[in-house]
Write a protein that binds this ligand. Structure first.
Ligand SMILES: Cc1ncc(COP(=O)(O)O)c(C=O)c1O
Ligand SMILES: [Zn+2]
Length: 434
């Protein structure tokens, strides 16, 4: 393992690897009030040692088609602890059809709905379950708007670890079903995701369970960064763009110009930023992409802070069809705003209607079926194109974070109604014009 230390994102204090399980102890009790004022820990690596151990060429030659191809950039000591499910290495499609429609020459769609439990959250859940096993934990818990819980339940089943999941009672049925079928202990909380989150934290303290909560457990970000590593590696394949060379002759992967990411708690976009920072520090990419944070209009606390020129998040009463980003108090909001600001990106908000329109366009244009929170990223891209914010030669990636079957009820609102007919050939005649 090449972790050199853990570093508090609030005060900068450093700690030896594995000397703390969760947050910096210097900032009060994160179970009271918002998670974002807890001192979340960044995992910092010894980049010189990573350089000696591996290289882009070595990783690209790997046959490990999962996040574990980046083993030397991950915070684990022991390969025996990883869940068996295959997580990550999801397809990055060149979206020629939609690109042509939008006037973009290099548009890509990364389909993370292709993960084992059908969302991006398999990445952080795989890393935290592995960490829990490495630490000898017996029970792992999380609060979730649905996907993180489903992912944790799946990864825990895969690693034979007990899981307790706190989700709002209002979570879509498919996500609750996933939790139950994997055998997790499911607690449906009569309240919001924010309340479920506080309760999960309190329970983990009371009962000594290992807590995977976003912005509390430092390793979720490490799982979430793997999407960024994949994007840059996959863009460099012969199918896409050819590699540049470093001064020492080594390969440089291709960073896109912009990545569009849906933002709820802000942990995914913070993770993507971390992955890019790792690659940049290693010299494996030669520029930082602009991170485009997309929020639903009714759930835009990060956008508000970004517009106001601060990274202090003011809680709101959130409401959007995109349940996975329906977050009033983004737990990792501060880092999300920093990620966007530091990369010279932007926050964009989209309406529920725009989210549903984008879902339909993405499914028809490139056959990628996104749940509402995931299609928000594409809706943000459409809005940015309409506002002429993007040059046609930029390399653009839309990160699709969850599969549409997770929330069929919302998808039905985006789709057309099917026609009901008599079982006769006559009934089919004259319906279509081809
Ligand atoms: C499908 C999907 N997209 C986007 C997000 C937003 O991620 P974050 O809450 O880390 O900002 C989530 C989080 O639950 C999600 O499930
Ligand atoms: Zn601190």
């Amino acid at each position: 393992m090449f972790v050199s230390h853990l570093q508090c994102t609030l005060c900068g204090k450093t700690y030896a690897p594995d000397s703390l399980k969760y947050v910096c102890p210097d900032h009060g009790d994160p179970s009271t009030g918002s998670g974002q004022d807890s001192g979340i820990l960044d995992v910092v690596y010894d980049y010189a040692a990573i350089h000696r151990a591996t290289s882009p060429e070595k990783i690209s030659a790997s046959r490990e088609n999962s996040i574990w191809r980046y083993w030397d950039l991950l915070p684990l000591r022991n390969r025996d602890v990883v869940p068996t499910l295959q997580v990550g290495w999801t397809p990055l499609y060149r979206a020629n059809f939609l690109g042509a429609q939008l006037g973009l020459n290099h548009l890509f769609v990364k389909d993370d709905g292709r993960n084992p439990t059908a969302s991006y959250k398999d990445r952080p859940s795989a890393v935290t379950v592995a960490k829990a096993r490495e630490l000898g934990e017996r029970v792992i818990t999380t609060a979730s708007s649905g996907n993180a819980g489903a992912a944790l339940a799946g990864m825990a089943a895969s690693a034979h670890l007990a899981a307790v999941i706190f989700v709002p009672e209002s979570a879509p049925q498919a996500k609750i079903t996933q939790l139950l079928i994997y055998g997790a202990r499911v607690l449906l909380v009569r309240g919001t995701y924010d309340q479920a989150s506080d309760l999960c934290l309190a329970a983990s303290k009371e009962f000594g369970w290992y807590c995977r909560n976003t912005s509390y457990n430092p390793y979720t970000t490490e799982g979430k960064k793997t999407g960024a590593l994949e994007i840059c590696e996959q863009l460099t394949s012969p199918l896409h763009l050819s590699p540049n060379r470093r001064g020492d002759g080594g390969e440089v992967w291709t960073a896109p110009d912009r990545i569009f990411v849906s933002v709820g708690d802000g942990n995914i976009i913070g993770g993507i930023w971390k992955g890019l920072r790792d690659l940049y520090a290693l010299g494996w990419i030669d520029k930082m992409p602009r991170l485009m944070g997309i929020q639903a209009e009714g759930s835009a606390a990060c956008y508000d802070a970004w517009r106001a020129g601060t990274d202090e998040i003011t809680p709101i009463d959130a409401h959007t069809i995109a349940d996975s980003i329906d977050v009033g108090y983004p737990r990792d909001g501060r880092r999300a705003v920093r990620a966007v600001r530091a990369t010279n990106g932007e926050f964009i908000t989209v309406s529920d209607e725009e989210i549903l329109d984008a879902m339909r366009e993405l499914a028809r244009g490139e056959a990628v079926f996104a749940e509402p929170a995931a299609s928000a990223a594409y809706a943000g891209l459409l809005k940015a194109v309409r506002a002429q914010k993007i040059d046609r030669d930029e390399t653009i990636v839309a990160l699709i974070t969850g599969n549409g079957l997770k929330d069929v009820k919302s998808a039905m609102r985006a789709a057309d109604e099917a026609m009901v007919i008599e079982p006769t050939l006559d009934a089919v005649k004259g319906i279509f014009d081809f």
